[in-house]
Design a protein around this ligand. Structure first.
Ligand SMILES: NC(=O)C1=CN([C@@H]2O[C@H](COP(=O)(O)OP(=O)(O)OC[C@H]3O[C@@H](n4cnc5c(N)ncnc54)[C@H](O)[C@@H]3O)[C@@H](O)[C@H]2O)C=CC1
Ligand SMILES: CC(=O)C(=O)O
Ligand SMILES: [Mg+2]
Length: 626
């Protein structure tokens, strides 16, 4: 692998000259904290000629100007017509759209994988252009680089693998991780998304192929949060797989042995964390798609020591809280009425339990934030897992689920018992909200949805949050057609809005942690907080909830459109920074120290966040010998 170290260094004199030459308002130049926006600095490169064209970080393809072609020894290596980045994208889009003749229905798009391949090849050739295409068409291509297509990509990764992206740490690398981490070419890494591949979306154990989800999440970090793509690192920790099919597949790319478990497993993850934080002490690590068994334990183990969070447990919880509060507002009630909601949750894994804990805490805060409030909040939830309703009678009850287990007597008073089926629970409870994080496609069957018609809510909410599309507990069509036009609907993967007739539309919200994790990561980075506190996550969730106007929620829109994800991410990041400052966790970022951060008003904070978001613009390249 080529050594890129020290390649990307902005020259301060060049920046000074650039400031003089470009039309930057004088007021901004005088601001002590001003630095050129991400992506506007000239970039020093230590390679020329064909090597630049093969480097996705620096390559501009046909957009290299003639002077740059001369400066970088590129003359003659490209067709002579210099194109603008807009023209480049137009040419690329014509090719990409060729596949769309037969493919017009989003999630079930039969050509999604072909589109992923085309986008992936662009990613390999020219990172700037890739992100420009993605950002400009986020609504259309998020479902390709992220859920649902990323699930299909992970399932087929051994066949799709061409060029490596990210790092692989395996059980075979024990003892070597602290040195091998230096094989990564970038001097600075801001954001790592790591998975062990043990529960990829709702698709189960996909072993080493799970790297696709880390890549997809980081695509959103770049597109939504403006994290510099040269400073992101997808990581796969390969400790084996328990997927029997992969264990027997001669073309499988990962370790063909059963997963490590117990202390041996923890030792591998510990070594990985020490290695990355030794090389990049300020990096943020997002844990993604670890099976529940380890998700909670690892979160508790590392959250007070490192800058890390678990997206499935904490990101999902925040997004769900924002949606649940939106559902209350959509009933025309104030958010403070949330503690009165009856909520049935199907699925008691990392995501379901994360949501339950956060929802209970939110209710308790609204009820006075004392022990009795916390206790009484508990009775608003009914949890159904693969074995039915969870009560204290459950054998080998998962400790994480225990706080939500009903006393057998109390359940009996409601006509329920240990292991009652989902349909029985919905029939008896008549919940305001039915929320699925079960990974079981179609779990909200006709019977279950019929039972939801008995909901005591004026506007029942159905959250089919499992991914990818085929794992959604029900479709939007099923929910609106069976339960009624007035429901609030959200799903983890995108569904199309439903035509209800009479000119009315049933709105499909995408209830996905993508609305939170990019802002949590960016806010943590810019605050310089050493840990990610509950308060910072809560601030992110509240910001998302408040983002929606009264009019929007009343029309059934409880989450923003994905086309505004960059704007919502900026707001979430600012809320996270503000909370970190208030909790005295912020240590500052670059020229903005903690005291200066403290002085910023809301507008200045948003401006600070925006100025530090990378955008997909070609920087001026300047060659220097190493
Ligand atoms: N929309 C979003 O932002 C997110 C969605 N998810 C999705 O949530 C799903 C679950 O993720 P995890 O909790 O990590 O998985 P998990 O495997 O830890 O948990 C699944 C849970 O569902 C339960 N379950 C299985 N069959 C059931 C049935 N017939 N009825 C009721 N419950 C049943 C299991 O007992 C278990 O408690 C996945 O599909 C994942 O893609 C996860 C995180 C974020
Ligand atoms: C969205 C996500 O993180 C999941 O389905 O696991
Ligand atoms: Mg996940």
């Amino acid at each position: 692998m080529p050594n890129f170290s020290n390649q990307i260094r902005a020259s301060s004199s060049l920046i000074r000259r650039l400031k003089q030459r470009t039309a930057i308002p004088a007021a901004l130049i005088q601001t002590r904290s001003f630095t050129p926006c991400e992506g506007h600095r000239p970039v020093i490169v230590h390679k020329r000629s064909i090597d630049i064209l093969h480097d996705p970080w620096f390559n501009k393809g046909t957009a290299f100007s003639m002077t740059e072609r001369d400066r970088l020894d590129l003359r003659g290596l490209l067709p002579p017509n210099v194109m603008t980045s807009e023209q480049q994208i137009e040419r690329f889009m014509v090719d990409l759209k060729r596949l769309e003749v037969k493919a017009r229905d989003g999630p079930s798009d039969p050509n999604a994988l072909a589109k992923w391949r085309i986008l992936n090849r662009l990613h390999d050739r020219n990172e700037t252009m890739y992100y420009k295409v993605l950002i400009a068409n986020i609504e259309e291509y998020a479902p390709v680089v992220y859920t649902p297509t990323v699930g299909l990509v992970c399932q087929n990764y051994s066949g799709l693998f061409r060029r490596p992206r990210g790092m692989y740490f395996s059980a075979e690398d024990r003892g070597e991780m602290k040195s091998m981490v230096y094989n990564w070419p970038a001097e600075q890494v801001d954001m790592i998304v790591v998975t062990d591949g043990s529960r990829i979306l709702g698709l189960g154990d996909l072993g080493v192929q799970g790297i696709g989800i880390a890549i997809g999440k980081l695509d959103l970090y770049v597109a939504a949060a403006g994290i510099n793509p040269q400073r992101v690192l997808p990581v796969m920790i390969d400790v084996g797989t328990n997927n029997e099919k992969l264990l027997k597949d001669p073309l499988y790319l990962g370790l063909q042995e059963h997963r490590l478990d117990g202390d041996e497993y923890v030792a591998v993850i510990d070594e990985f964390m020490e290695a990355v934080f030794t090389r990049w002490p300020h990096v943020i690590v997002q844990f993604e798609d670890f099976q529940s068994k380890w998700a909670f334990k690892l979160l508790q183990r590392y959250r007070n020591k490192y800058r890390m969070f678990n997206d499935d447990v904490q990101g999902t919880a925040g997004v769900a809280i924002a949606g649940l509060l939106g559902a209350v507002r959509a009933q025309g009630r104030p958010m403070i009425d949330f503690p009165k909601q009856k909520i049935v949750v199907a699925g008691a894994g990392s995501a379901g339990i994360g949501v339950l804990n956060a929802a209970r805490k939110t209710m308790a805060r609204m009820l006075g934030n004392n022990e009795s409030a916390f206790d009484s909040a508990r009775s608003q939830f009914w949890v159904v897992d693969a074995n039915g309703l969870i009560t204290e009678d459950r054998e080998n009850i998962d400790p994480e689920a225990r706080p939500f287990a009903w006393k057998v007597k109390e359940a009996g008073r409601q006509g329920l018992r240990e292991g009652a089926s989902l349909v029985e629970v919905v029939q008896q409870v008549k919940p305001d909200v039915l929320l699925g994080l079960s990974a079981v496609g179609g779990l909200f069957s006709k019977e279950v949805l019929e039972a939801m018609k008995g909901s005591t809510s004026t506007r029942p909410a159905i959250f089919a949050m499992s991914n990818p599309t085929k794992n959604a507990e029900c479709t939007s069509e099923e929910a609106f057609s069976i339960v009624g036009d007035n429901i609030i609907f959200a799903s983890g993967s995108p569904f199309k809005d439903v035509d209800l007739g009479n000119g009315h539309i049933g709105h499909c919200n995408q209830g996905n942690n993508m609305y939170l994790f990019p802002g949590v990561g960016l806010g943590t980075l810019l605050s310089g907080s050493r840990i990610i506190s509950d308060g910072m996550l809560q601030a992110a969730a509240e910001c998302l909830a408040e983002y929606m106007t009264e009019e929007e929620v009343l029309s059934g829109k409880i989450y923003p459109s994905i086309s505004s994800i960059r704007d919502i991410t900026k707001e979430v990041a600012a809320a996270v920074v503000k909370e970190a400052v208030e909790e005295n966790l912020a240590e500052g970022y670059r020229e903005m120290d903690a005291r200066e951060l403290q002085r910023l008003n809301k507008e200045e904070l948003l401006d600070f966040v925006e100025r530090n978001m990378w955008g997909p613009n070609y920087p001026t390249l300047v060659y220097r010998k190493e």
